[in-house]
Ligand binder design. Structure first.
Ligand code: GDP
Ligand code: MG
Length: 298
């Protein structure tokens, strides 16, 4: 279990207002504006921040909060409630579950698939990778390297092939071999390109024509992009039934606060967090550890 302490060292700087010298500060009228500024500055988002501050005002009365420190404890409870970790699901009948990874270019989709294959291999599931990024030949070669490193099968198509059919083929291949999980790569796409977003809905439909069921559609978001991630997430959520977010590159990011805005505004849980470039650097999201690490004072 990762405690997020090291990975959040940059994001934590945005939450410094709540720690350090002013911790014992007595509550006064001006503190609410300062809290507002601190949360907005930490990428929590304007709408959610206003809501949080309202709740904090109420909570501070109920609990007779006297200092900033007292408020911070109430705030941490609120933030933990907003986030809640969720497991990734497999099909209950042993037929192949399909996990689709979608997102913009360079956010970490292919790397995350390698890490997921590694985790699944260590667990119960027999895995097949589907090289659904047929846009560039280099993309399936990159996925093939991950397949070799993790020792799982991969199904590829020719460059320019229909990604739907590659993913369909992978589910049939998995089914024939009794594999329980297909993890499918897709080409990176801009959330503003309508036809590419429609292609995603097609992939979802076709993947379910055979023996597979799409159990997870995971939007991969680069945590260093901050508020733009929210715009991406809402567009992707319109095109496909997102089941979760993978927040990558949290190591080094200072904009991890975006996680609250996504969860609150879209109701899509953050399921996994990428914390580096190696196989082991993907961890299940744990709200308690995450929030505690944000407010850690050394
Ligand atoms: N530091 C860090 N780098 C990552 C993480 N996930 C992916 N990357 C890097 O981000 C770059 C793009 O990753 P890639 O998987 O090719 O992105 P894709 O275009 O979405 O498939 C690569 O250099 C990865 O090593 C992460 O969690 N932390
Ligand atoms: Mg890729």
């Amino acid at each position: 279990m990762v405690n997020f302490s090291r990975q959040l060292s940059n994001t934590r700087k945005k939450f410094l207002f709540f720690g350090g010298a002013s911790r014992g500060r007595l509550l006064d009228e001006s503190i609410w504006v300062e809290i507002e500024e601190a949360l907005i500055g930490a990428d929590v988002g304007v709408g959610l921040t206003l809501k949080i501050v309202e709740n904090l005002k109420e909570g501070s009365k109920k609990k007779n909060a006297e200092t900033l420190d007292d408020l911070t404890e109430i705030l941490k409870e609120q933030l933990k409630k907003i986030l809640s970790g969720h497991d990734l699901s497999l099909a209950s009948d042993g037929s192949p579950a399909v996990w689709l990874l979608v997102g913009a270019n360079g956010v970490g989709k292919t790397t995350t698939i390698g890490k997921l294959a590694h985790r699944a291999q260590n667990g119960e599931s027999a895995v097949v990778l589907a090289a659904g990024d047929t846009f560039r030949a280099a993309a399936s070669e990159q996925l093939e390297l991950w397949a070799e490193r993790t020792g799982v099968h991969i199904v590829k198509g020719a460059e320019g092939a229909d990604p739907s059919s590659v993913i369909y083929d992978a589910t049939e291949f998995a089914s024939a071999r009794g594999a329980t999980l297909v993890i499918a790569d897709t080409a990176g796409r801009l959330h503003t390109k309508k036809n590419l977003m429609e292609e995603l809905s097609k992939i979802q439909r076709v993947a379910e024509k055979g023996s597979g069921t799409v159990n997870e559609i995971l939007l991969v978001l680069d945590s260093t992009t901050g508020q733009n991630g929210l715009a991406q997430a809402s567009q992707f959520a319109e095109a496909v039934d997102l089941t979760g977010i993978v927040l990558t590159k949290l190591d080094g990011s200072s904009k991890g606060g975006i996680i609250f805005a996504i969860q609150e505004q879209l109701g899509i849980p953050v399921k996994l967090v990428g914390i580096g470039e190696d196989l082991e650097d993907l961890v299940p999201f744990d709200a308690g550890n995450f929030v505690d690490a944000l407010f850690e004072t050394k």
